[in-house]
Design a protein around this ligand. Structure first.
Ligand code: CA
Length: 223
């Protein structure tokens, strides 16, 4: 999973990042609430591990900020405060789970898996990037309120590009996402799908949104 750790305590942040990376997760660590909120709002993470007591924004402020901006990223609060009212406050603010320090690393891994699985099942509504809107419930795509008719593969491709908007998405990432495989022969197929998607999404508009990054892959322009 792609994880964000927001923890100001040097020792814990370091050991968490190390342990989670060794467990096969892609882990980013920041030390302040503001930085955590900024990153979690701008990049797709599967789960955010959020310390409650931070030097600037508190963990509660961060999770409230995320939820009020419409983010559905799963959040596990980490804190030394274990009183019932503290747990309730965290969950009410929008956290998915709560771990009281000190905790066993194995338990954190188990909770992460559970929360990550629930997050996948959560009914998601829509993704918006600039003029593009993707309605996941009704499988509908619009650009500036104009309907775009996509095949399931094109829809899935666009959703992936939108989730990583502004970042380079490689052909390999797209292969793995679409077919659960890293198969050499598929990369040409990706190109065909991208070209078809591009003709539907960008046709008739002055600003092309789907860009080819030579030698690397594709990127969806954010603005
Ligand atoms: Ca702290």
């Amino acid at each position: 999973m792609v994880l964000l750790v927001v923890e100001d305590e040097q020792g814990l942040g370091k050991s968490l990042t190390q342990g989670l990376t060794e467990a096969g997760h892609d882990c980013t660590w920041v030390r302040s609430g503001a930085e955590g909120l900024r990153l979690a709002s701008s990049r797709p993470f599967d789960v955010v591990l959020l310390d409650l007591m931070l030097p600037d924004l508190s963990g509660l402020d961060v999770v409230r900020g995320l939820r009020s901006a419409g983010s559905r990223t799963a959040v596990i609060m980490l804190t030394a405060l274990g009183a019932v009212e503290d747990r309730v406050a965290g969950l009410e603010a929008g956290a998915d789970d709560y771990m009281v320090k000190p905790f066993a690393f194995a338990e954190l891994l188990a909770r992460l898996t559970a929360v990550g699985r629930r997050a996948l099942k959560r009914p998601s509504s829509e993704v918006t990037v600039g003029p593009l809107r993707l309605d996941l419930t009704n499988r509908r795509v619009t650009r500036e309120d104009r309907d775009i008719d996509l095949t399931p593969t094109e829809f899935s491709l666009l959703e992936f590009l939108m989730r990583y908007a502004g970042q380079v998405v490689t052909r390999k990432m797209l292969c793995e996402h679409l077919w659960d495989a890293d198969w050499e022969g598929v990369t040409n197929v990706i190109e065909v799908h991208i070209n078809r998607l591009r003709s539907k999404v960008d046709k008739g508009f002055a600003e092309p949104l789907i860009q080819t990054v030579r030698g690397r892959g594709y990127a969806l322009r954010t603005g």
